[in-house]
Ligand binder design. Sequence first.
Ligand SMILES: [Zn+2]
Length: 133
Amino acid sequence: MSIYEEIEIEDMTFDPDELIYTYPCPCGDKFRITLEELWDGEDIAKCPSCTLRIAVIFDEEDLPELPPDEDEEEEEEPAEELQTKMQTLKESNRIKQATIQVAALFVQLELLQTMLFQHLVERWTTNCRGTRQ
Ligand SMILES: [Zn+2]
């Protein structure tokens, strides 16, 4: 397979939606090479309708940034969401724990009050008995 022509990347047409570089082929179709292929070091643009190829002359530094992989992005988002959910869960757990601790304190306080009351009643009863005797 021979190279039909060497083309500067500036002379090619970039489709920012498809992320593809095209250049008119003499057969009427277009040579095409994706931005990803260029980033991978590929420099041969092929025509899907004939056997012609062109060599693309480019500097990697001049290439537009490759957008992040959509699959990865999709994976990242739920992970972040999960983290937020986990954090919310942790926080609500902390609140629950704090509530339980406060409730436990109240129970203890009530128990203490009851004990104190019982103690007082006992003392009062003994005192009464004592004074009666
Ligand atoms: Zn062609």
